[in-house]
Design a protein around this ligand. Structure first.
Ligand code: M6R
Length: 598
């Protein structure tokens, strides 16, 4: 979703802002803009489309040491130059960028008699500041009052042409950080945008404003009370957010999965090779009578695998819910529920809406995320970190496998706490998984060939499986459709004949997963059913399961952990299908990495 970057210092702001916006591209956007301030002049550049187009539009001769930049993912108003941020007040004095949704913008527009040139909710905010300043003749007061009037989510950075020494910043429910430098300060939606400048960051809490100057920051609450907060060091390596020799982040992130498995093993094991989890998480897990997993997209698919692991290993009943549905259609809860939120970004608005609700109801919540300081992490009672390193490609890969690995560790740890005897050593099994993943990522040409044989010009594709393989089929279909735009569906093998088999015709690609002993015969029966109706079938199976005619045989891993390896060919198939079709693999159309609107 939208990204914000701001700079105030002594250096040329243009390059710093453009670099920052490029680092925020992964969040997804459809237009971009920057405002540069020199003396009392504000120079505005906005385009529909990519940052490259913005770079070309900018007059690079303008010398400015203060500026704000924005990437927009349209919510209110179509993607266009007019709707792109920054937006300006009618006199041109105030210029502002915003990430989030102002829920009461229509009421404010009516009450303050605001006429806008754009269709955005954001323009109301900058006009409101100007109207309030007409009353108070004090920008800080006007800014604070405007923030008090807003309902909804916002991260905001604003400049005032009459005060070139201050960036006005505010936050509520949308991510925003202040980066501290020597003789300069920066503002960013994500530390990745400004890591080249500094690794020292200060968090802003919801309902705070910050006056950012080149050599100081002044944090205040909305009633003007000063706030002191110590900075922290962002532990992201610049190389983690560069592609290096890879042509796409997605491929790099697929290849990183074995390392991520090993990172997780190190993180959740003490020097005596025992599982080491926060004792408070252990208590929450053993005290609950039912777990409710809440997530979206790929994280939801990881949650489905997590359900099997938690039920089979820790003997706790688990329900898995899509966050956006749970919010408005809450099931009858058990007496002692525990909520587990799974989110790569930790910022997903649909999941956060559920978290806010269940916290209000007094329930306990654990977040499993790749971003420890994220909103879902801060607002839950406990956090388990994925240790996957930054995931930049919009299509989630290494976060999915990390989520399953962490859920497996959590399930075993809970079983240990409950005294359940297990014939399953998670660290040993994850080590085997890491090796198997390496074997798979070394065979990229094979998957490229399979794509050419099965999916060259297809309009659609079906993935089928049973039990754990069904869950991976859902993820395989999501991966393929989001980056290659092939219409793909994941189905439980047995469910096909109840309707969907009507879609099978000559040449329809059907990819079946067969990694589970109990249902091996049944899924192969389903493959025969669709083959008999003309489907172009491919079976990807686990070693030892009648593999003679299968297109690909996976290295053997523990049956509970097969999703960790069977998903890798699916990720690579999606990748090569998207490449073959000339799609923008890392930044697929219409999608955002971090979905911060409901
Ligand atoms: O950051 P989250 O894990 O909460 O994001 C949830 C989904 O938006 C995300 O998994 C999405 O489905 C991915 N693009 C899938 O690749």
């Amino acid at each position: 979703m939208c990204g914000i970057v701001g700079y105030i210092g002594q250096n040329q702001a243009t390059d710093i802002l453009l670099y920052g916006l490029e680092k925020l591209e992964y969040r997804g956007y459809d237009s971009a803009g920057i405002a540069l301030m020199n003396d009392e002049n504000i120079h505005l550049f906005k385009v529909k489309g990519r940052i490259e187009a913005l770079r070309e539009r900018i007059n690079h001769r303008i010398h400015a040491t203060t500026g704000i930049g924005h990437t927009r993912w349209a919510t209110h108003g179509a993607p266009s130059g007019v709707n792109a941020h920054p937006h300006q007040s009618p006199s041109g004095r105030y210029t502002l960028v915003h990430n989030g949704v102002i829920e009461n913008y229509q009421a404010l527009k009516r009450d303050y008699l605001i006429e806008t040139v754009s269709d955005t909710d954001t323009e109301i905010v900058v006009q409101l500041v100007e109207k309030l300043n007409d009353t108070y003749a004090d920008t800080v007061k006007a800014f604070r009052e405007a923030m008090r009037l807003l309902k909804g989510s916002y991260a905001i950075a604003m400049i005032d042409s009459e005060d070139p020494d201050t960036l006005y910043v505010a936050k509520n429910k949308s991510p925003l950080l202040i980066g501290l430098g020597d003789g300069f300060n920066v503002v960013a939606s994500d530390a990745m945008a400004t890591l080249q400048e500094t690794d020292q960051y200060v968090e802003i809490a919801d309902g705070e404003i910050v006056l950012v100057q080149r050599d100081r920051i002044d944090i205040q609450t909305l009633d003007g009370t000063p706030v002191q907060r110590a900075p922290y060091t962002a532990e992201i390596d610049l190389s983690d957010i560069e592609k290096g020799t890879y042509s796409h982040f997605m491929l790099k992130e697929i290849d990183e999965q074995p390392i991520v498995m090993r990172n997780i093993m190190n993180a959740y094991q003490n020097d005596h090779d025992e599982l080491s989890l926060d004792p408070a998480i252990r208590s929450a897990m053993t005290a609950c009578d039912r777990i409710y997993i809440i997530a979206c997209g790929t994280s939801y698919h990881a949650g489905l695998v997590g359900k099997s692991l938690l039920e089979k290993l820790a003997h706790i009943p688990v329900e898995v819910h899509v966050a956006s549905e749970f919010s408005y259609n809450m099931p009858l809860l058990s007496e002692k529920p525990l909520f587990i939120f799974i989110s790569q970004s930790g910022e997903t608005a649909d999941s956060r809406a559920v978290l806010v609700k269940v916290k209000e109801m007094g329930h306990h919540a654990l977040t499993i995320t790749n971003v420890p300081g994220s909103t879902l992490s801060r607002e839950a009672d406990h956090t388990l970190h994925l240790h996957a390193g930054p995931e930049i490609a919009v299509a989630s890969t290494k976060a999915y496998t990390a989520q399953i690995a962490v859920l497996a560790i959590l399930a075993v740890d809970t079983a240990n706490e409950k005294g359940i005897e297990l014939d399953f050593n998670p660290m040993q099994e994850l080590a085997i998984v890491a090796n198997a993943m390496e074997v798979l990522t070394d065979q990229k040409p094979t998957f490229e060939r399979l794509v050419n044989a099965y999916l060259p010009t297809s309009r659609n594709a079906f993935f089928i499986g049973r039990s754990a393989d069904y869950y991976v089929s859902l993820e395989a279909a999501l991966k393929l459709k989001e980056i290659s735009y092939i219409q793909a569906e994941g189905f439980a093998g047995g469910e096909l004949k109840h309707g969907t088999i009507a879609l099978i015709e000559d040449g329809t690609p059907v990819i079946a997963l067969a990694t589970q002993k109990d249902v091996n015969g049944a899924i192969r029966g389903n493959v025969q059913e669709v083959a008999a109706r003309g489907a172009n079938t491919m079976v990807i199976s686990m070693k030892g399961l009648d593999e003679a005619d299968d297109a690909f045989v996976l290295p053997e891993v523990h049956e509970l952990l097969t999703p960790l390896v069977s998903v890798v060919p699916m990720q690579l198939i999606a990748y090569y299908a998207a490449l073959y079709r000339g799609c923008d693999v890392d930044k697929p159309r219409n999608l955002a990495k971090s979905v911060t609107v409901e």
